[in-house]
Design a protein around this ligand. Structure first.
Ligand code: SF4
Length: 427
């Protein structure tokens, strides 16, 4: 099979993996004529999958042969799809060629499991090693790791990759047993814990060395920092499939909260289940609405940056269905509508935590408001100047010259704030 045909198969097979964002990479570049590539985002092309998801162009599997039989996966051993396998050199050359043509920002490499988890992981790590050590490749590398592979291989992977990930696959251990019987949630947890330890140790050692360098010899800071090896500076991430089983959003967010809290994950990616050809009967026939995936990302954002806990976002008895996020209203607005007694929030006196709960306020807006109110009383006009969505914000705040009156008591407030957008006529 020629390289182009392999690329067609193995790029297509990788499109189901959503965890391709490149945030958090260490800054590296080839300025000064050393090495090749950059993690700084200049001249990088992205491609968009048919569902609108942004993907890195060179996002491939090493192989889509797999000895496991995860029911939701198009590459499972019992799936009737064309198979292909790259050699290590082929992946290296493709990465370098695409990079030279300025088509990609780096490499996202995953693989089906062939022979054994260790054998597969060795091949994946070898691609990254050759790129880094033999070609001085400085672009972004994200390696998808295999939880059952040996800790030594994981550690080597972390030396070369900007980001590592292990897919948790499904939100509960029970779902994993039912749909991916060869996978083991305890092994996934153990691998994530090990990675978290290595990432933490590497960061702490670099910080300590940087601090010592500043104290002893400020001018040699850069040189001294380089002595401590990096370990996955972009942290670790994971992907959870949504809608392949009956797990509700409350449980999904509880799992994410645990992963962020216990394993210090950088990101949890939610991937709406895509029906696959010749699917098992245990799987749903249709994909969940894509807005469900969107609401989960919004809720995830609230947990990471807005101080919400998962059980506040989806309390047991709120939403259209028990344990589910409402689809017609974003989770922050849904929370505010259900807790009207906490509003209006005074822009001039409220603490940051409360301002962050105002629908329509982002983190940056709140920080700007806090900075502005140090020097003057905030007024209605300040909100307009910050370009916040006034219709959404005004019922929930008060300012020096503004009170929302009885807006919060309106029985149809939810309907007023969630009217679907209307397409304007071009004529
Ligand atoms: S191990 Fe990965 S590639 Fe193999 S069947 Fe399971 S999900 Fe698919």
């Amino acid at each position: 099979m020629n390289l182009q045909s392999k690329l067609a198969i193995l790029a297509d097979a990788a499109k189901y993996d959503a965890s391709c964002a490149s945030s958090g990479a260490a800054p590296r570049n080839s300025v000064g004529g050393r090495g090749m590539g950059s993690t700084e985002g200049m001249g990088i092309c992205h491609s968009y999958a048919p569902d609108g998801r942004c993907i890195s162009l060179l996002k491939i599997l090493l192989t889509n042969f797999c000895q496991y039989d995860c029911l939701y996966c198009v590459n499972r051993v019992t799936s009737n799809v064309p198979r292909a396998r790259f050699t290590v050199d082929e992946v290296v050359q493709l990465t370098l060629d695409f990079y030279r043509r300025n088509c990609i920002e780096g490499l996202f490499l995953s693989s089906g499991i062939i022979q054994s988890p260790d054998y597969t992981m060795e091949q994946v790590v070898e691609v990254a090693r050759v790129l880094r050590e033999e070609h001085d490749f400085r672009g972004y590398i994200h390696l998808k790791t295999i939880p059952d592979a040996s800790p030594e291989l994981m550690q080597r992977a972390g030396r070369y990759a900007d980001r590592l990930s292990i897919n948790i696959e499904l939100p509960t251990a029970e779902s994993l047993t039912a749909l991916a019987p060869e996978k083991n949630s305890a092994a996934i947890d153990r691998s994530m814990a090990r990675m978290a330890v290595h990432i933490g140790e590497s960061r702490a050692a670099r910080k300590e060395q940087a601090a010592q360098a500043i104290v002893s010899m400020p001018q040699s800071r850069t040189t001294r920092r380089a002595n401590v090896p990096l370990f996955a500076p972009g942290g670790q991430s994971t992907q959870m499939i949504v809608g392949a089983d009956a797990t509700d959003d409350r449980t999904i967010l509880a799992t994410s909260a645990r992963l962020y809290g216990v394993h210090r994950l950088r990101r949890v990616y939610y991937s709406a289940f895509s029906p696959i050809p010749d699917a098992a009967r245990a799987l749903p026939l249709a994909a969940p609405p894509t807005v469900r995936e969107h609401r989960l990302y919004q809720a995830d954002w609230l947990m990471r940056f807005y101080g919400f806990t998962h059980d506040e976002i989806v309390p047991p008895s709120q939403g259209n269905q028990v344990g589910m996020l409402a689809l017609d209203v974003d989770p922050k607005l849904a929370w505010a509508l259900a807790h009207r007694e906490r509003f209006p929030v005074n822009l001039n006196t409220a603490p940051r935590e409360l301002l962050l709960r105002v629908p329509g306020f982002g983190v940056q807006t709140v920080d700007r408001l806090l900075a502005a109110r140090r020097v003057r009383r905030l007024r209605h006009a300040d909100l307009a100047r910050l370009h916040v969505p006034l219709k959404k914000v005004l019922p929930f705040v008060e300012a020096a010259d503004y009170r929302p009156g009885r807006a919060l008591d309106a029985a149809d407030l939810a309907a007023q704030l969630t009217q679907p957008p209307v397409q304007r006529s071009l004529f």
